[in-house]
Design a protein around this ligand. Structure first.
Ligand code: SAM
Length: 290
């Protein structure tokens, strides 16, 4: 396991992923009943944007750096600002002195959004990262940090005992076959917990690969599969992270319209050139007749 998220924390892909995550959690809070978020590849939870790793790549300057800059200059439309508020609040909370020094990863963002009755299970396989995450949440009875292969949790921890919740799967994509693992993992978990919401992150690098992924997802027969993508540039000739994608199974009914407000705004902020674009489509949905 060579992947270290500290090099990429707060980049454009993190921003889009975390904004989607925040909208799903906010929707779950509309009902009083408790829910659980299971974060299968959690990372360390809090990132120092001026630390050695983040400094080396500077990726966050093209992500959260641009968003905060636009917010401070009042360049974000009110409707988008309203939807971004829970996410931005979490970013502000980890920067109590103002400015932008720290960035919350998915477990810390989720934790910030939970109510008293809600729970988070955060899995991380890298021993040092899992230890850091455990220290971050030490004494917090709403959070369970588990050093374990996140793929196993799709069988072991699903369904959650709350019977409501979100499963976030955000693997590093450092190995071959990660797209197939996503589909296989999803099928396994969905069989056990068909009422859950699932958010699966994937990189947009090679068109052929994502088309094959979409086809396999369609073939699972799962009824509601939404695909959200944002590309910061036109496809590069050599594989490069040109965009970010999220598959959402059983999305909140509000998500599509929220994305139609948020994605144009985020594309404008995060896009590097003319070829930037976004899409929200149903791989299989209620309107799907296939
Ligand atoms: N979800 C995090 C966030 O949004 O802040 C970032 C996660 S990062 C993309 C992927 C993480 O998965 C890394 O911290 C890596 O150590 C961890 N990891 C790699 N393989 C894993 C596995 N099989 N199970 C659990 N964690 C794994």
């Amino acid at each position: 396991m060579n992947y270290r998220h500290a090099y990429h924390a707060g980049n454009f892909a993190d921003v889009v992923k975390h904004v989607i995550l925040s909208r799903i959690v906010e929707y779950l809070k509309r009902k009083e009943q408790a829910f659980r978020v299971i974060d299968t590849h959690a990372g360390i939870g809090l990132y120092d944007l001026r630390g050695t790793e983040a400094d080396k790549t500077g990726e966050w300057t093209g992500g959260i750096g641009r968003v905060i800059d636009a917010v401070q200059k009042g360049q974000v439309e009110p409707q988008a600002m309203e939807l971004l508020a829970p996410y931005l609040e979490a970013v502000h909370t980890v920067n109590p002195k103002g400015g932008l020094r720290h960035y919350p990863g998915s477990p810390l963002l989720t934790r910030h959004l939970l109510r008293k009755q809600d729970r988070l299970s955060a899995l991380e396989l890298h021993p040092q990262d899992a230890a850091k995450l455990a220290r971050l949440f030490a004494g917090d009875i709403q959070v369970r940090v588990i050093e374990l292969d996140g793929w196993l949790s799709l069988g072991a921890h699903v369904p959650p005992k709350e019977k409501r919740g979100l499963i976030l799967v955000d693997p590093p994509f450092e190995k071959e076959g990660e797209f197939d693992r996503l589909v296989d993992g999803l099928v396994k978990a969905y069989r056990r917990f068909p009422g859950g919401t699932y958010a699966f992150w994937y990189p947009v690098k090679e068109r052929k690969e994502t088309e094959r992924f979409s086809k396999r997802l369609r073939e699972t027969g799962i009824a509601k599969i939404m695909q959200i993508e944002l590309a910061i540039r036109a496809p590069s000739p050599d594989p490069r992270l040109d965009g970010t994608g999220m598959i959402v199974i059983n999305p909140p009914y509000t998500l599509e319209s929220e994305m139609q407000i948020l994605l144009p705004c985020l594309t404008k902020l995060l896009g590097e050139e003319k070829g930037s674009n976004f899409s929200v489509q149903w791989i299989r949905g209620e309107t799907d007749r296939t």
